[in-house]
Each structure stands twice: as structure tokens, then as C-alpha cells.
Design a protein. Sequence first.
Length: 168
Amino acid sequence: MNIPIVGALAAGNAVYPKPNGWRRTISMNFGIATPADPAQNSATPMFARQYEYCLSYWPDLTQTGQPQFYADYDYAHWLIVPTPPVSYPWQILYYGLPQLLDASNQTNFWTDYAPETLMYRTLMECTPFVKNDGRMATWQPLYEEAVSNLEKEDLMRSVDRAAVRNED
């Protein structure tokens, strides 16, 4: 699931937590003030690099400069170098798990965009529980067709951002 997040890079902070459910970063941008845009809305991309590259590029994380690169610090954090000297608006686009359903969250990707797939899979999982295994033959082809339709839809969108994303 492709998820955008808008937040802020804090002055003097080089390590930032990844959101819950994060799986892979697509891109990062931060806003800088320009004479034409003093509100810091001009998006400036940061580029992905290896952790070791970032540390060799900016070994003293207490020194500050305009951010240029990010790396996976560990599974739960990113390293941003140079360390931001001031707070900047920040946007991250990443792949993540859909938010789980609970009392406070009643929708997610599956309920919004593929409710029939969710329903057929739920019915498949319920049939052994209610001891009606004969209905599995009814729900299985319907579920497989719904998944196939999702895959076809995904293939139509696999070419974008000027690149073919077969691994997503």
C-alpha cells in the first residue's frame, strides 16, 4: 500500500522514526524557502544512500546543513544527512501494511478498494469453522477471480514514475 506522510524535519535531529507498518521507502522530500516561495513549499528531493555512505559523507551528526541524503538507520529509523539546521516540512512516500481494523478504525485498503476480495476470503476462512466445508468450492473460485482482478489492476499501474516497478 502506497502511503504519503507529511511531517517535519526537526532542527538538529538526524535520526527519525519510521511509521508503523513501514515496509519500503519510495521517496522523501523537504520544503525549503525560496524568494518566490518563502513559506517553504518548494519540494526538494532527498536521495537514498547506504548507511555507510551517509556516515562517510557527514561523519559529525552534530554539524548541520541542508539535508541531501537518507538511509535506513535500522528497521525502525531513518538517518538524514546533513543534519537539518532548521525545521523543514517533510514528505515521505512509502509502502506499508494497511492499518488494522479496530473500534476506532473501521476502514482500510481492503474495505475501501477490494471489499469483495475481503468478503470471499472471510467466507473461505469461516467455512471450516462452521463445519460447512462443502461451501469452500463456492467461495474459492470467487475469491481467486477477485484476486486476479486486483492483480490485473495492479499490472496496469506498474509503469509510472518513469520506471517499471516489477518488484512492488
